[in-house]
Design a protein. Structure first.
Length: 534
């Protein structure tokens, strides 16, 4: 027994001694990135020229001998890459073993020793980096995020400078910036340059900016059309490549992609931004029916139909043709219209159709106003409150006497439209009512054909006829007010409640970089992923 115990102790000590060098090796890589300068230059063929100038300072006893650079996507060509370190050309650039997608650049013969600094310059061309702007089909969108490094291997802050170069023909009035206004905007040589400077940026965090310019400056077929589904698939494959073994059962992979896609599609219907404060003031009262519909996150086309109905009631808009949908502004514009109603009217073109881009702006502004009104109030209680308002409205309508049923319905119709069963309940409510009276505006605007209101100022018609005509009109307007409900919703959600960029990293005993996955929601998304020096 003593001999066995001694033997076990000896083996244990040997294992501990053998493990010590491995532990030391895994924790010796440490460096700073005092400065990172990036030049992003979109080309008229749809590619983008990217130049990095990264300053490293090695804090470790081990030399910094390889640097990994994360890339926006995997469709690059190594032949477009060039690199230098402290002015000396580096001959080798290859696909990274640790950053997917990315490249690794060995500093062979120029390794960075402890307490020494050096500047790595990398230049390359990435294809398919110019997208159509998801807010304006006549504009492009170019977005890029810097490569970054594992937090376990980097210390301190860095001075991050990102310069976006416009094509030479773009004028000052045609330039656009995304998210945050540039630090400087000026003409350099034959083109304009937007520069963002972040003095205290983290070397382990991505910072993303973007620009836009008219699509007319691009070559024919050069602009990439956005694909939300493709972005999700790319994100899933990137994550799996960094976290799972190379050989993954096809069944598990297919299931994972399906679930990710299902969750993504479901999430894109939620356009209200998440709450950040403490909810403790009960329900928010006093909202209009369309604002309450936004709180309930109804489909945007249903909310737009409610707004249109309200404008018809106020006799600010006339429906010229229900199918195809043609509207006409009523002059003069009635007073005391709400902000979103005025914006809706401004979206009506001379030919009676509506501009989706203006409706999108109106809806985004409405969401922001509603979200501001909800601050400090419970969203859960607010939703419950307005569902109760809807149910109360149904009770009032269903209890109304036959002659007054139409007027009672018209007064509350916007609240009733919140109900997912609006059509079915309307049909049941009016099914056995013989003659009902509707306000004058219904016969002249909403019914699709003009009905004389007579001296009473009301339109009289059979209840079943009204229910069928009205619900069909609501359904038609809801389906035609925008060309594609899903695309319209996605374009709104990507602004008001964009999906977060997901990243993941994995290191080894010799790497300070990591793998990554970019989940890009915007139309012009081109994220650079995590990289690192080794």
């Amino acid at each position: 027994m003593v001999k066995q115990t001694s033997r076990l102790m000896a083996i244990l000590v040997l294992l501990i001694v053998c493990a010590l060098p491995l532990t030391a090796t895994a924790t010796t890589y440490l460096f700073e990135v005092p400065s990172m300068i990036i030049d992003v230059q979109p080309q008229t063929d749809g590619s983008t020229r990217i130049e990095y100038a990264i300053t490293f300072k090695n804090l470790s006893g081990d030399a910094l001998d390889i640097v990994d650079i994360g890339l926006p996507h995997g469709n690059y060509k190594l032949s477009t890459f060039s690199a230098s370190f402290n002015g000396t050309t580096l001959p080798t650039i290859r696909d990274s073993q640790y950053v997917k997608p990315g490249v690794e650049i060995p500093l062979t013969g120029h390794e960075l020793r402890q307490n020494r600094s050096g500047v790595l310059r990398v230049t390359f061309t990435m294809p398919k980096m110019v997208y159509y702007d998801d807010q304006d089909d006549l504009y492009t969108s170019v977005e890029f995020g810097n490569t970054f490094f594992g937090g376990d291997f980097v210390r301190g802050a860095m001075n991050l400078t990102m310069r976006y170069h416009f094509p030479a023909s773009v004028t000052k009035d045609e330039t656009r910036w995304h998210r945050e206004e540039p630090t400087t905007m000026k003409r350099v040589g034959d083109h304009y340059v937007f520069t963002w400077v972040h003095p205290g940026a983290s070397p382990s965090t991505m910072v993303k900016h973007g620009i836009g310019f008219p699509a007319k400056y691009m070559a024919e077929g050069a602009i990439t059309k956005p694909s939300y589904i493709l972005n999700c698939i790319v994100a899933c494959f990137g994550m799996l490549a960094s976290l799972l073994p190379l050989v993954v059962p096809l069944g598990i992979l297919a299931l994972f992609i399906y679930i990710r896609f299902f969750v993504y599609r479901r999430r894109m219907k939620r356009y209200l931004p998440p709450t950040l404060g403490i909810e403790g003031a009960g329900a928010k009262r006093g909202l209009t029916a369309p604002e309450a519909a936004v709180v309930l996150e109804l489909e945007p086309n249903r909310v737009l139909t409610m707004i249109l109905f309200g404008l018809v009631k106020k006799e600010a808009v006339r429906i010229v043709s229900p199918k195809p949908l043609k509207l006409q502004k009523v002059e003069p514009t009635p007073k005391e219209l709400l902000a979103y109603e005025l914006q809706f009217i401004e979206a009506i073109k001379r030919d009676g159709t509506v501009r989706e881009t203006e409706l999108r702006k109106m809806f985004i502004a409405l969401i922001k106003r509603v979200n501001k009104k909800l601050q400090g109030f419970s969203r859960k209680e607010t939703r419950a409150y307005y569902k109760n308002v809807m149910n109360t409205a149904w009770t009032a309508v269903q209890d109304a006497a036959t002659p007054d049923l139409g007027v009672a319905f018209a007064e509350r119709a916007e609240w009733l439209m919140i109900d997912d069963e609006f059509g079915e309940k309307t049909a049941r409510t009016f099914q056995n009512r013989d003659i009902i009276a509707m306000p004058r505006w219904y016969g002249t605007h909403w019914h699709g054909t003009t009905i004389d209101a007579g001296s009473s100022g009301h339109v009289s018609l059979p209840g079943a006829d009204f229910a069928n005509t009205f619900t069909n009109a609501v359904s038609n307007f809801s389906n035609t007010v925008v060309d594609s409900v899903s695309a319209f919703t996605n374009s709104i959600t990507s602004v008001t409640n964009p999906p977060p960029v997901s990243t993941s990293s994995s290191g080894s005993s010799r790497s300070s970089g990591g793998g990554c996955a970019c989940a890009c929601a915007c139309a012009g998304c081109a994220c650079a992923c995590a990289g690192g020096g080794r």
